[in-house]
Design a protein around this ligand. Structure first.
Ligand SMILES: [Zn+2]
Length: 299
């Protein structure tokens, strides 16, 4: 494990995070609808191979394969009683691949439903579920917790609170998925503006905040969004993980067209806007991240 605390390193230089995991698992034979987290135990060589491909592409931060790792998400696969085991394995596999110069981000995705009053799950129930997941990720060797692809700031805040309750000194990252709702305006699916989303996450104690994924955003949109995130972040560090361009559908398949070169140009523009962690989301592969990490290291 890298002995330098992540936030210390970020004060010195920008860092590169990794890219998409799901598509890489499918490329290695994961069946559609199957639980990719089981591969942390059953096929750790495949999961570790994906992590290593990103690490070898120059990514400093490796994200655990635990997006759907809360009990609410795992219960869809009948695995709600294996939260600790599967998340611990996810962190161990990532830890081994990250090596002594990389940092591991313990990944926490949305729990898959709405909190009260729209849904049935209370903040306390969710906090308890996230806590079990996060404790296992930290036990397995995660250096920071990444609460990602959030739409509801209330859910993001529960994630931050759960992480801070597990280990007060572990940095917490929150990323939201935004869509463009008007020229110059970005909101989450729940209608929260970029500035408000950032403010809520940093107010809860997240040290790093930003955007990943997003609905139909162009690479130019991510750069414009980044400016708004940086303006709202204050002393917090900003992370942006764009998709490989805005997707198109062909024969029922979602296709992302952005080339590694285009992603590298975008990475440079994001850095110029004040972003300190660059990574990739849907449609990005190790070759995209190799070009992007090169841009980050040249900054
Ligand atoms: Zn995505």
């Amino acid at each position: 494990m890298n002995p330098i605390p992540l936030l210390d390193e970020l004060s010195r230089r920008p860092l590169c995070c990794d890219g998409a995991m799901g598509t890489q698992l499918f490329a290695r034979g994961l069946a559609s609808g199957a639980c990719g987290m089981l591969w942390n135990l059953d096929r750790p060589g495949d999961v570790g191979g994906i992590h290593l491909a990103y690490r070898n592409a120059g990514c400093d931060l490796i994200t655990t394969n635990s997006f759907g790792g809360s009990r609410f998400a795992l219960q869809l696969h009948g695995l709600a009683d294996r939260v600790a085991e599967l998340n611990r394995a996810a962190a161990r596999v990532a830890r081994a691949a990250a090596g002594d110069k990389g940092w591991v981000l313990g990944d926490v995705g949305p729990f898959g439903d709405f909190l009260e009053p729209i849904g049935d799950i209370t903040a306390d129930e969710l906090r308890e579920a996230f806590s079990v997941q996060i404790a296992a990720l930290l036990e397995g060797g995660a250096n920071a917790i990444l609460v990602e692809t959030m739409s509801d700031p209330a859910e993001a805040i529960v994630g931050v609170e759960a992480a801070k309750a597990c280990a007060a000194t572990v940095p917490v990252i929150v990323t939201y998925a935004f869509q463009k709702t008007a020229p110059g305006e970005f909101r989450t699916m729940m209608g929260t503006s970029a500035a408000e989303a950032v403010r809520r996450a940093t107010g809860a104690g997240a040290e790093i905040v930003g955007a990943n994924c997003g609905t139909a955003l162009s690479l130019d949109d991510y750069v414009e969004l980044a400016g708004q995130l940086v303006a709202a972040a204050g002393n917090a560090t900003v992370i942006v993980q764009p998709n490989a361009g805005s997707p198109r559908t062909e024969n029922g398949k979602t296709i992302y067209d952005a080339t590694p070169e285009e992603m590298a140009v975008t990475a440079k523009r994001l850095l110029a806007a004040g972003v300190r962690i660059i990574g990739g989301c849907c449609g990005t592969k190790p070759n995209h991240l190799a070009a992007m990490s090169h841009a980050v290291k040249a900054a």
